[in-house]
Structures are given as structure tokens and as C-alpha cells.
Design a protein around this ligand. Structure first.
Ligand code: HEC
Length: 163
């Protein structure tokens, strides 16, 4: 083989080797699993994440951090109607015409399942507003956890001065 021919064959061989060697790093990146944001679904309201059916909050996390976060959200969103201690003694109660019972410490409310409370907080009921637009599911369960601690303290246990 003369020199120029050898050069051409050699260059071709190198080119072929480069073209054929799979770029493993690039492949690995291309094939990694990734999380895309949810697209709107074809359902009527376009939402992808379905509200869990009643009964699907089987375990209510009651860690101090969760209860603290629930207390914070409760103070922002709920206290105005249900009162600081959940007793229903609140600014709104005093001003609502035909104020409904706003206590969350009653035997009836205490007896409700976590899922029921979560559902009421999420979707509202009568004059109780819905909060699924304002609070994430985790925040709504944290608020429910906080209500449970208020109920455990019991009516009057907090000293609950009327405000
Ligand atoms: C504008 C006033 C208002 C605010 C704010 C409010 N609620 Fe209510 N809530 C009500 C009223 C009124 C009812 C009674 C609804 C009915 O008559 O069915 C109620 C009922 C409830 C009940 C059901 C009690 C039962 O056993 O029937 C729960 C639980 C509850 N609220 C939790 C909350 C939480 C948690 C928040 C904050 C995220 C909140 N509420 C914010 C007015 C309010």
C-alpha cells in the first residue's frame, strides 16, 4: 500500500470507529427517567389529579412539624370563623347573621373520620368555604391534624377566652 492510500484507509477507519461507537454518556442522559409536569387532561374540567375519594386519608400524620404547619394554616384560614381554640367563638360568629354552629370541638365533629374532615375542608359545605384552591392536600391534612390536637385539648381545656 502506498502512503496516500494508507492515509485514506486509516482516516476512513477512524471515522467509521467514531461514527459507530455509541456515545454511552449521551444515551444514558437521553434514556433517563424524568418527571414532566402534568398536562391538562381531556376531562371536562381539564384537571389531571383527581381528588381522592372519601376514605382515602387512612393515615393522618401527626408529627410536631405537621401539627405546627396545620396550626399556621388554621390561624390564617380558619380561626376567623372557628375561633383560635376551635370553639367557634370568633369574630365571624359574632357578626354572622344566624351564625351556624362553628365549634370544631363538638362530639359530632370529633366523631367524624379524618377523611370526612379532609373532605369538608377541601370542598366546603353550606356556608363553609372550600379550601382545595388555597391549601395543598398536605396542608389540608395538616390542618385536620391540628384540629385533632384542639379536640384532644377539649373544649375549655385551652382556657378559651371569648374573643
Ligand atoms: C367563613 C367562615 C369559615 C371559615 C373561614 C372556615 N369555616 Fe369551617 N365551617 C364554617 C361553617 C359556617 C360551617 C358549618 C357548615 C354547615 O353548616 O354545613 C363550617 C364547618 C366546618 C367543619 C365541619 C364541622 C362538622 O362536624 O360538621 C369543619 C371540619 C371545618 N369547618 C373546618 C374548617 C377549616 C379547617 C377551615 C380553614 C381551612 C375552616 N373551616 C374555615 C365556616 C367557616
Amino acid at each position: 500500500m502506498n502512503a496516500p492510500l494508507r492515509l485514506i484507509v486509516c482516516a476512513a477507519a477512524i471515522g467509521l470507529a467514531l461514527a459507530c461507537s455509541p456515545n454511552t454518556d449521551f444515551e444514558r442522559m437521553r434514556q433517563q427517567s424524568r418527571a414532566d409536569p402534568y398536562d391538562a387532561a381531556a376531562s371536562a374540567d381539564g384537571s389531571t389529579m383527581r381528588t381522592p375519594p372519601a376514605g382515602s386519608v387512612p393515615v393522618l400524620s401527626m408529627t410536631p412539624a405537621v401539627v405546627r404547619s396545620g396550626a399556621r394554616e388554621y390561624g390564617v384560614f380558619c380561626e376567623v370563623c372557628h375561633g383560635r381554640d376551635g370553639s367557634g367563638r370568633s369574630i365571624m360568629a359574632r357578626n354572622m347573621v344566624q351564625a351556624p354552629a362553628l365549634s370544631l370541638l363538638t362530639r359530632e365533629t370529633t366523631a367524624r373520620s379524618d377523611a370526612d374532615l379532609f373532605d369538608i375542608v377541601s370542598h366546603g359545605r353550606n356556608r363553609m368555604p372550600a379550601y382545595d384552591w388555597a391549601l395543598s392536600a398536605a396542608e389540608r391534612s395538616a390542618v385536620v391534624a391540628y384540629i385533632r390536637t384542639l379536640q384532644q385539648s377539649g373544649p375549655g381545656a385551652t382556657g378559651g377566652t371569648s374573643r
